[in-house]
Structures are given as structure tokens and as C-alpha cells.
Design a protein. Structure first.
Length: 367
């Protein structure tokens, strides 16, 4: 077994870093920052990109730029990393937790429809594990109610829905470049949109209320400093250049694993809708009918990284457990996945054919 370590870097990262280091500007105003924003936005089929410190603040910026705040509600899935909910709380709004689909791990559009109320102001679907949420249904619901759809695409660099890439279908999309993501600079994030006015409002929030092209000491709105550094963007350009091949390699390996285990009872993998079949495979997600603890121990003992899913739903996280400042819809699927689901990270899916066969064999034994 030769599971790659993560992150992966090489001469290209060093070449681009040297370019920045040789300059007199290492911060967010270096031209390489704009270059990365344009290249990543184009890769994701968007017109505009605004990079930032991390994917948590890009979600907050999106909500604030849309005018969402105190008294408003935003619908989020009950299964995600905490930032999907705290971005709502941080702008003073109320997260409304709704259930996921049982087999895709993504937010259930019908549960979204049921949760919409008079104070609902936005919907944030998460493209969990890489495959995109049901954007056809979600966009229809959002359109019927005049609600912006903000894509939490932290897992979805290069993921597609019917040929359109993550971030390009909603009003905006937020991506993370945290250490474990399929593209990383250790930390970082970017907000993508096709609406220039939205990006301009977000830019003012990111850059201490400045306006593009105005003086350094002129501040027009209340913002903060969420700028990314040029050093991070140098690394991210190299990571983006490597991403398409890595996405293809993970897809080949996951396809082989699923085919090798098609006859095994007791294990189920995330269902991938046809429209979402091109995706990152950020996580190999599934659930087991038997003892998940035994499954997890067996796989990790064999040398494979495996996580027994989140320990709780977002609304049972200590921050929201008392049900203060949130609203919770019935979430039986989310509750079930907390008890029986697992994931294998993307680095384990980047090996050679023999590594893939070995992983499939280890999963078979663990079940």
C-alpha cells in the first residue's frame, strides 16, 4: 500500500512562490491574486472570483453582500461542517436545519420546500463529498419563492451538474482551500459569481470598505480584512493546474472500487445522480448495515484512513443543541447517517491500480 500523503506539491509551486518572493508585494494586491481569481472562476464557468482567507468568511461575505441579517432565516442541511451554519449565525440570521436525502447525503429539495417560511431569505445547499446537490429541483424551488441559492462548494472543485460547474448555477458559490481540500494552500477560500455587483459588494466587505480603483484611505462601507496573500495564490495556481488529472484519477479508482464491491452485501455507497456524475470524489462516502465501529477498526488496522462520519448533526453540535437561535425540521435521514455512515478521504483514492485493488479488498474484509 502506498497511499499518497496530502498536500501534494512540486516544482511548479516553488516556481510560482519564487515569483512572488522576488517581488516587493506579497499581500493581496499582487497581480498573481487577480490571475488566480480569473483562472479559477473561468475553470468553474463563472465570470468573477474574489479570493479570501478561507471558505468560512466567503460564505459570510456572500450572505452579507445579499443583505441577509437579523430577523432573516437561511435554510441549510443538517449534515455539513459547522461553517455552513455559523456563517448564517455570524451575520445575525437564523439557520434552519433540514434533512438530507437518504442515499445522496445532499440536502433534500422537498424538505427545503417544507421549511420555507415568511422569514426565509436564502438557501445554502452543500455539494457533500463532491457530487452536486439536486440543482434542478433546488433552483426551481428558489425561483418560485424568489430566494437566492448560495452554493457551498467546499468539496466541489471541478464538480458538475449537467455540464455546468459548481458555483455557476446559484447566485454565487463558496469554495475552500483548507489543508484537506482537493486544492489547497493550507488555508484560503474564494467566492465566485456571475453578478459583478454582488462581487463588488463582497469585495468591500473583504477589503475594509474600499471600492475598486479608489484610494487606499477611502472606506465607504463597514468591512473587515479578509484578503488572501499572494503566496497562497501562487500555490493555488499550481494546484489548479494539477486538479483535472487528479479528479480523473480519483474517478477511475472509485469506479473500480465500486465495481469490485458490487456483489458485497451490507455496504452501500453514496448514490450519484447522472447529472452529477462528474465530480471530485473528495470523499468516498457510504454506510454499513452492521457494526460501523467494527468496520472502521478493521479498515484503519489495515492502514487505510477512514472516518466514522460526523459525531452528530449540526443541530446537535454543542453550539446549537439548546435550539437557541436556530430552527430544526425533522431530520430522520441525517440522524441515521450519523450512526452508520463513514468516509474515506480523497488522498486514499489517488493511488495506483494495485493500491485501489488493495483498498477494495480491505473494505470487503471490513464489511
Amino acid at each position: 500500500m502506498s497511499i499518497p500523503t496530502w498536500p501534494i506539491s512540486g516544482a511548479r509551486e516553488r516556481e510560482l512562490l519564487d515569483e512572488v518572493l522576488a517581488s516587493d508585494r506579497w499581500g493581496g494586491y499582487h497581480p498573481i491574486v487577480t490571475r488566480f481569481e480569473k483562472e479559477f472562476a473561468a475553470f468553474q464557468h463563472c465570470h468573477y472570483g474574489l479570493s479570501a482567507m478561507n471558505g468560512t468568511v466567503t460564505l459570510e461575505m456572500a450572505l452579507e453582500a445579499l443583505g441577509i441579517g437579523a430577523g432573516d432565516e437561511v435554510i441549510v442541511p443538517a449534515i455539513s461542517f459547522i461553517s455552513t451554519a455559523t456563517c448564517v449565525s455570524r451575520v445575525g440570521a437564523t439557520p434552519v436545519f433540514v434533512d438530507i436525502e437518504r442515499d445522496t447525503f445532499n440536502i433534500d429539495p422537498e424538505r427545503v420546500r417544507e421549511a420555507i417560511g415568511p422569514r426565509t431569505r436564502a438557501i445554502i445547499p452543500v455539494h457533500f463529498g463532491g457530487p452536486m446537490a439536486d440543482m434542478d429541483s433546488l433552483l426551481q424551488i428558489a425561483g418560485e419563492h424568489g430566494l437566492p441559492l448560495i452554493e457551498d462548494a467546499a468539496h466541489a472543485h471541478g464538480s458538475e451538474w449537467n455540464g455546468r460547474r459548481a458555483g455557476s448555477l446559484g447566485v454565487c458559490g463558496s469554495f475552500s482551500f483548507q489543508n484537506g481540500k482537493v486544492m489547497t494552500a493550507g488555508e484560503g477560500g474564494i467566492l465566485l459569481a456571475n453578478d459583478e455587483a454582488l462581487i463588488d459588494r463582497a469585495r468591500a466587505i473583504l477589503d475594509i470598505g474600499r471600492r475598486k480603483g479608489e484610494g487606499w484611505f477611502y472606506h465607504y462601507t463597514l468591512g473587515s480584512n479578509y484578503r488572501i496573500s499572494a503566496l497562497q495564490c501562487a500555490v493555488l495556481i499550481a494546484q489548479l493546474e494539477r486538479l483535472p488529472e487528479q479528479n480523473c484519477r480519483r474517478m477511475r479508482n472509485v469506479t473500480a472500487i465500486r465495481e469490485a464491491l458490487a456483489d458485497v452485501n451490507g455496504i452501500h455507497f453514496q448514490r450519484i445522480p447522472e447529472a452529477a456524475r462528474v465530480h471530485t470524489n473528495y470523499l468516498l462516502l457510504g454506510w454499513v448495515d452492521g457494526d460501523r465501529g467494527k468496520f472502521h477498526r478493521s479498515l484503519t488496522a489495515a492502514g487505510y484512513p477512514c472516518t466514522p462520519f460526523y459525531p452528530h448533526t449540526l443541530y446537535n453540535n454543542p453550539l446549537y443543541k439548546e435550539r437557541r437561535n436556530c430552527r430544526v425540521m425533522p431530520c430522520p435521514n441525517s440522524e441515521a447517517r450519523v450512526t452508520d455512515a463513514f468516509w474515506i478521504p480523497h488522498r486514499a483514492l489517488l493511488g495506483h491500480e494495485m493500491d485501489t485493488e488493495s483498498l477494495a479488498s480491505a473494505i470487503r474484509t471490513a464489511v
